[in-house]
Design a protein around this ligand. Sequence first.
Ligand code: IMP
Ligand code: MG
Length: 329
Amino acid sequence: MLADIVIGIQHGDEAKGKVTHYLCKYKKYTHVLRFNGGCNAGHTIYHNGQKFVTHHIPAGVFYGVKSIIGPGCVVNPAQFFRELEELKAGGIDVENKIFIAKNTHVITNSHLEEENNETKIGTTKRGNGPAYRDKYARVGIQAEAIPSLKPYLIDLYEEFHGDKTIKVLCEGAQGYSLDVDWGDYPYVTSSHCGVAGALLNAIPHTWVRDVWGVGKVYETYVGAKQFEPIEGSSFFAALRDVGEEYGATTGRPRQCNHLNLDTMRRALRVNGVDKLVLNKVDVLRTLGSWKLVNNGELITFNTEKEFLGFISKDLNDVEIFFSDSKHKI
Ligand code: IMP
Ligand code: MG
């Protein structure tokens, strides 16, 4: 039995979907497990040249891998069924491939209504915070109680334990800087976005093989806090356009900033990342700008080679894969 884990090491939107999609194609998993978050996530996936955006359903489904929404997630049944239909309409075989752990908590209409006018955190208004609050306050509703979900429910213990051939890819949502414990509280989401979050879903630590951290060579954030430097905003406006940095779930423009190696180092260590994918090098190439923050200082490099070389040298305890927007890993 083994498990690989894919996590975001920035503020979400690092292209984790691309990495899970790639790994599903080549690594012969028996299961793909979404382990945190709800339909606040938006994973953009290009499959056979067609664009899909999934919110709840793990990327394994594109290659016929059994795809599970784990109990670390919260699920909105209406959104779940909408997504099923979208996948079917796109020609993806979803029959007997998509399941929800019966102890997963449900996002209700009242959770959604409650978030309608939320402005303090700048949430995606998908009811995540209220659903997790109710779960921990022990007044939530589990998937088991929803009749329409019955055909999709499984017991995750029975699914994973007792079969020695299990090979799970754990697909995280959001990222380190949005993690409820490690992010910039209160500007965080309400779930555990790191490796520990995966283990809460009947994944024993002894199964863990590779931990894939996914980031970009610059940073983006969506939410209420000021993230983008006000000075130099025309540069970040250009970055946003070239990088197509608009929310997959809400369409909101993402605030942009330079790569912060200090935060990235923390994210890698806290999670024991051993393989790191850094995406979107081509975006900085188009802009001809190679900058990052290290030890609290902004450093400017003359060339791509110097910039990538600095990162590789600094993070030499992880295997790094630099990637362009349209590339596989
Ligand atoms: P919530 O998760 O909807 O409660 O939103 C809390 C914070 O996390 C807000 O700043 C959201 O924009 C951000 N957030 C939640 N999910 C994602 C995501 O999948 N990508 C990027 N940001 C996200
Ligand atoms: Mg996203």
